[in-house]
Design a protein around this ligand. Sequence first.
Ligand SMILES: [Fe+2]
Length: 224
Amino acid sequence: MASYQTKSAQPKRYLQTLFATSLYIVELELDIKNLEHFCKNHQQKNKEGEQKSNNGGYQSNFILPHKGPLDPLIKEIETNANIFAQQFLNKKDTQKIESIWMNTNSYKDSNRVHLHPGSSISGVYYIKTPSSSGNIVFQHPAFDELSFYYNSFNSLPGQRNEPEEYNQFNTSTVTASAIENTLYLFPSWLKHYVESNMNKTEERISISFNISPSFLKNRPINKL
Ligand SMILES: [Fe+2]
């Protein structure tokens, strides 16, 4: 089992972070109008799509291999996945996109809680996020255990054991604003969902993907 030991020299009183979950966010400067046009065309030509994590809305089939408007995005995803993996996760192997697909969510459409089995890093890039179109929410890795644990306090009258303010040490979910032209990368095991789009007239459009070390290329792929 993977493990590491805490450093020995420490001040007398300190707080140790035992486990941390990473979310890598980077603003890009891509031509989102061009990407939006590509997505609308792709959806038009591939109307059927797939049913995976989406509650309503449209989730496309795999888009790779690809040559054209998606290429600048694919390049940015791989460049940043390598920075994320090598500089922050200490993984030395080159990271490559294994699968990529697009999502369109209209009024009240959402993506339910899921993770991306079989990949190393997963992520999303937002092309269009009109007001009230929903954000991405990440669940604590021990979310189920935390719910059970805190519910046992809640069953006692007047006993809530609620913190005054939530932070990374006491929260069970973290919401990240879905921002246009912004790329989000996270470990594929991290459960997440996307809130309902409550904008009655405009769609939310995003591109999701899975990434793995390049030595795993040409194996069967997963998409959720
Ligand atoms: Fe996802």
